[in-house]
Design a binder for this molecule. Structure first.
Ligand SMILES: NC(=O)c1ccc[n+]([C@@H]2O[C@H](COP(=O)([O-])OP(=O)(O)OC[C@H]3O[C@@H](n4cnc5c(N)ncnc54)[C@H](OP(=O)(O)O)[C@@H]3O)[C@@H](O)[C@H]2O)c1
Length: 282
C-alpha cells in the first residue's frame, strides 16, 4: 500500500510503499478515508517535539484518521502506536472508533478532533476553568486556540475572554463570535512593544484567572512579565498559566521575580494530564 514514509527526523515524509497491515487480536484492517496533517505530526517528524524520540524511524506517521471499517461503519479513531494513519490502510480497534454523523464530511471529521479535544481538555482539566472567570488565549487565531476561546465563552461560562494573535481577520471573526477583547501581535513572530502594556492594563482591570498559551517564546515572556508586579505588598491573584503549544519559540527566559511577585501557576497540557479512561459502566 501507499503511505507517508518517515526516513529520518528533520526531513519531510515521502510518498512510498509500505507493508500491508495484518489484522491481529482486537485489531482489524480499515481503509483510511482522510487523515489531517496537524502541528503535532509536523513537530514529531521535524524532531522538535518532545515525543520525537519515541517515533519509530524509519516508519509511518499519522496519529488519527477517518476510516471505513470492514463492517461498513465510517468512524474516527486514533492510530494504534506508533502511528501510521497517513496510509491507505491502518489497524483499528473497532471498539475505540467513534461513528461520524452523516452530515459531517471526512476532511472535517479528520481535522477537528485533535484541536477540539485538546481545547476542551485544556480548559476543563489543566485549566480547571470555572463559570465567571477571565481567560486569555495567546495564539487564539489558530484552529485549537479559536476553538478554546469559543468553548471558554459558550460552554464553560467564562465571563471575560481575551484573544491575542497576529491575524487581524481572524481576530475580527472571533470578536463577532463573542470574545470580549482582542490584541494584535506583531507579524515578525514576536510581540509588539505595546503588547505587554495592553496585557498589564487588562489584567489590572479584570485579573486573568486562566491563560492558555499556544505560542510560548516572546509573547509568553511578555505576558508573564505583565502578570508580575513590583509591589512587595501586592495581593496575589491566582492565574493558571497553561502551556499548550510553541508556535513562536520552544524556550523562554523566565526571571525568578515573575514567579515570586504574582500568583502564577505554570503547567502544561499533555495527554498524561487527562483522567484515566473509565471502564464500561463506571
Ligand atoms: N498539547 C496539546 O494538547 C495540543 C493540541 C493541539 C495543538 N497543540 C499545539 O498548539 C499550537 C497551535 O496549534 P493549532 O492547531 O491552533 O495550530 P494552527 O491552526 O496552525 O495555528 C497556529 C497559530 O499560531 C500562530 N503563530 C504561528 N507562528 C507564530 C509566531 N511566530 N508568533 C505568533 N503567532 C504565531 C498562527 O498565527 P498566523 O495565523 O498569524 O500564522 C496561528 O494563529 C501548536 O504548537 C500545536 O502543536 C497542542
Amino acid at each position: 500500500m501507499k503511505a507517508a514514509l518517515v526516513d529520518e527526523l528533520g526531513r519531510p515524509p515521502r510518498y512510498g510503499d509500505a507493508a500491508e497491515p495484518v489484522a491481529t487480536g482486537d485489531l482489524v484492517v480499515a481503509e483510511v478515508q482522510a487523515a489531517a496533517v496537524k502541528n503535532i505530526e509536523r513537530g514529531l517528524v521535524s524532531g522538535s517535539h518532545y515525543g520525537s524520540g519515541a517515533l519509530q524511524v524509519p516508519g509511518l506517521i499519522g496519529l488519527d484518521a477517518v476510516v471505513a471499517l470492514p463492517d461498513g461503519r465510517r468512524a474516527y479513531t486514533g492510530a494504534t502506536p506508533p502511528g501510521g494513519a497517513m496510509a491507505e490502510r491502518m489497524l483499528v480497534n473497532p471498539a475505540l472508533a467513534v461513528d461520524i454523523p452523516r452530515e459531517v464530511d471526512d476532511a472535517s471529521a479528520a481535522a477537528l478532533p485533535n484541536a477540539a479535544i485538546s481545547a476542551w481538555f485544556a480548559l476543563q482539566y489543566a485549566g480547571q476553568i470555572r463559570p465567571g472567570q477571565s481567560v486569555l488565549v495567546l495564539g487564539g487565531t489558530g484552529v485549537t486556540g479559536s476553538l478554546a476561546a469559543q468553548l471558554a465563552k459558550r460552554t464553560f461560562g467564562a465571563d471575560h475572554v481575551v484573544v491575542a494573535g497576529r491575524n487581524a481577520a481572524r481576530l475580527e471573526r472571533l470578536a463577532e463570535l463573542g470574545v470580549d477583547a482582542t490584541i494584535t501581535l506583531g507579524t515578525d513572530g514576536g510581540a509588539q512593544g505595546q503588547f505587554e502594556t495592553e496585557i498589564r492594563r487588562l489584567h489590572a482591570e479584570r485579573p486573568f484567572d486562566l491563560v492558555l498559551d499556544y505560542l510560548w517564546g516572546r509573547p509568553a515572556e511578555q505576558t508573564l512579565g505583565a502578570l508580575a508586579n513590583n509591589d512587595l505588598a501586592a495581593e496575589f491573584h491566582r492565574t493558571r498559566y497553561v502551556q499548550v503549544g510553541a508556535m513562536a519559540a520552544a524556550t523562554i527566559e523566565l526571571p525568578a521575580g515573575v514567579l515570586r511577585s504574582a500568583g502564577i501557576e505554570l503547567l502544561g497540557q499533555a495527554a498524561a494530564a487527562y483522567p484515566a479512561r473509565r471502564s464500561a459502566g463506571s
